[in-house]
Structure formats: C-alpha cells, structure tokens
Design a protein around this ligand. Structure first.
Ligand SMILES: CC(=O)[C@@H](O)[C@H](O)COP(=O)(O)O
Length: 256
C-alpha cells in the first residue's frame, strides 16, 4: 500500500496506547509486522524527559510514527496539536481526529473538513478519521487529503464493521484513494472483513492492547489482514439468495 508516496509493506497500522507495559507494547508491534504506529502527542511528551523512554522504544522498533490529534474536539485544537506534533515527532504525517460526540467518539465532520483544509495548506499529510459519508469524503479530498480513514465502529468498542454496506459503497466510489478502516475493530475476523471489502489497510489499537496476550493477538491480526487481502485479490464469488448445488448431478464437472 502507498500512503503519501511512502510504500508500506504491512497493511496493519497499530496504536500504542493502553498496553500493560512498554515491553509488551514492543512485543506486540514486532509481532504485528506493522511499519506504522500511531502516537498521541497529548499522552507522550515526545523528546522531553517524561516521554524519552517511550520515544526511545519507538525509535528502537524502527517504525514510522503517525502522530494523532486524539482528544481534540475542535478544529482549532486539532490544528494546534498537529503543529506541535510536527515539531516534536519531525513528521508531516498527522492522523486527524476531531471528536464530535462524547459517547460515540464519532468524528465532528464539519470540524474535520475545516482542520484538514488548514493542515493540508500548511503542508501536512493528513490521515482523517472520518465516517463512511461520501459527501464528507469528497470534501476531505477537495481539501487535499490523499488517504481516507472511515470508522469501522466507535473507537474502543470492538464491535467490528457497523456498516459494511457503507464501506463497500465508499470503496466503489473511490477506487484509487487509499482507504483505511480505523477504529472499532475487535477481532481479526473484523479486520479480514475490511480487507475482503477491498480496503487497503486497517488501523487498530484497543483489540491488541486489551487482549490477554497482546503479541499473540497482534500476530493473529497480521495473519487475518494478509488473508483478507489475498481473498480480495482472488475475486470472491457473489453471494446469492438461493441455494445452488455445488455438486450438480447433470452437465460437465468443470466450467470449461
Ligand atoms: C490509536 C488510534 O489512533 C485510535 O484513536 C484508533 O482510532 C483506534 O481505535 P480502536 O482502539 O477502536 O482500535
């Protein structure tokens, strides 16, 4: 997958919050094969003393950092956080979250589009956490985003894909835009489903961090994402309403 002209070997992007310990986080990142990890500026203080240990750990893992604006509720707050993240982490990449609702952590799509426009004009490479709304997607692309990240389900819910139909429609509408399902994934089968719909990648955090064995779960997600991608490339059959005998009693044994 290509994101902002960077070729990524892994289609799993992993969050770094909520792990029981730094060592378990490191094991999970290695097991996942992820080449990109998200980092919250509000949680880690980057290269100052308090965040130095975390920063060293990320550097030793050799992964690319995708800072996020987690916890921001207005465009202004998100822009300021992104600007600080660029200074601290030395990257133009930013995962843009503008939260609109306390209960669902649903994106505020108005604030999102506004912040995306400002950040793209300032040279950021924006990964917006959005919904599957096609009109909002159009606005984000017009604002300059070159990757879209629709939610699977509310952050941290582990519910899987709430609206597979909407995600399928989005994939069909934007065949050439890198699309990443972000948030709400609870099980490897959810991630596989996203990949089977033709999504380019999956971003997740809680399902691995909160598993009894985070490294084992990270490995399971890696395998599921690879399987889902392989299935998409293999051109899956269409589902049917009616039964069709898989072993016909008449006719040829093979299609040709
Ligand atoms: C880590 C990160 O960026 C989260 O904000 C992201 O949306 C992941 O959500 P889950 O924790 O539901 O996987």
């Amino acid at each position: 997958m290509k994101a902002y002209d960077v070729e990524l070997g892994s289609r799993l992007l992993l969050g770094t919050a909520q792990y029981p310990s730094p060592a378990i986080l490191a094991d999970a990142v290695r097991a996942s094969g992820a080449e990109v990890v998200t980092v919250s500026l509000r949680r880690e203080s980057g290269r100052d003393r308090a965040g130095q240990g975390f920063w060293d750990l990320i550097r030793d893992l050799g992964v690319r950092v995708l800072p996020n604006t987690a916890g921001c509720h207005t465009a202004k707050e998100a822009v300021a956080t992104a600007q600080m993240a660029r200074e601290v982490f030395g990257t133009a990449w930013i995962k843009l979250e503008v939260i609109g609702d306390h209960d669902t952590l649903q994106p505020d799509v108005f604030g999102l589009v506004e912040a995306a426009g400002i950040l793209c004009r300032e040279g950021f490479e924006v990964f917006p956490y959005t919904t599957e709304d096609l009109g909002v997607a159009d606005r984000l692309l017009e604002a300059g985003c070159r990757v879209l990240m629709p939610w699977g389900a509310p952050i941290g819910s582990g519910r899987g894909l709430s609206n597979p139909y909407g995600l399928r429609t989005m994939r069909a509408r934007f065949p050439d835009v890198p699309l990443v399902v972000d948030a709400g994934i609870g099980l490897p089968s959810h991630a596989a489903q996203a990949m089977e719909l033709g999504y380019d990648a999956v971003l997740l955090n809680t399902a691995v961090a909160k598993a009894g064995d985070p490294a084992a779960m990270a490995r399971a997600f890696r395998q599921a994402i690879e399987a889902g991608r392989a299935a998409w490339l293999a051109d899956p059959m269409d589902a049917r309403d009616m039964a069709a005998p898989s072993t016909p009693v008449l006719g040829m044994a093979f299609r040709e």
